[in-house]
Design a protein around this ligand. Sequence first.
Ligand code: BJW
Length: 253
Amino acid sequence: AEGPAVEVSEEVLEALRGASRVVALTGAGMSAESGVPTFRDAQSGLWEQFDPSQLATPEAWRADPPFVWAWYAWRVGLVRSVQPNPGHCALAELADLREVAVVTQNIDDLHERAGSTVLAHVHGSLLDFRCMDCGAPYDGEIEVPTEPVERLDPPTCPECQGDIRPGVVWFGEELPRAAFDDAVAALEALGPGDVCLVVGTSGIVYPAAGLPAVALSAGATVVEVNPQETDVSDMCHLHVRDTAARVLPTLVE
Ligand code: BJW
């Protein structure tokens, strides 16, 4: 970790010590220190250069598949080239000490590569490709441009010749039902004394932004780890205003 020592209050440490179950709800900030840009941060957000509503929607795809595919292909290269950060590793280690469920909005595989079993990828997985038309999973090669390119033809489905799409959830699409149900069930299973960590999410995108409220209703202590205040801060009992890679390792004890 860089910079001054991280300040985590005794209340937060006590909450973690007392918890038998922990659910970690993670967002883009979780992977920021690995080098994956967040969606809405001022300087580095991918969506400063591109309008997300033009890219992460079924309408955009239908209008211009090569344009949208080029963006995803570039992100495949990015995700393949980065490594889990100490925050991902800490959550994996915490699972040796507590019952931990990781529920992520992230479409990267950095939790898995750090050693966590992810209970739910509620916005899908970048690397799970499937056919846009017949839905068949696609295991073929993915050509990754070395520089961001504006247009790239998506691979073709060997079954039906349809376009291959990334396995992510676009705006207006339903979340994968089983993943979302598993997330809710894990949160409902929390009791008083248990902890929900809300890490690196702006809490803007629904229905995922409603998940901290489920932990709150269950009676868990909700702890936000985020350098900034967010739309879900009010729902959190405790806040650590620092980064995931700096804070999470201090919670493994
Ligand atoms: C750090 C840090 C560090 C920085 N450490 N922290 C009104 C009410 C309810 C819903 C809607 C509504 N209006 C419209 C909707 C629907 C829409 C929605 O919520 N829109 C909002 C914008 C208002 N939702 C949907 O469309 C969802 N589907 C749906 O509702 O379906 C209904 C339906 C039912 C039945 C049939 C059909 C449909 C789908 C949402 C899909 C979201 N998909 C995306 C893209 C995935 C693919 C891709 O990546 O290309 O998912 S959008 C994008 O946002 C991505 C993320 O998972 C998601 C959340 O972002 P996240 O993770 O919170 O990141 P950021 O960037 O926003 O924030 C980063 C945070 O980290 C910041 O707070 C920083 O401070 C912090 N940070 N560095 C810790 N080092």
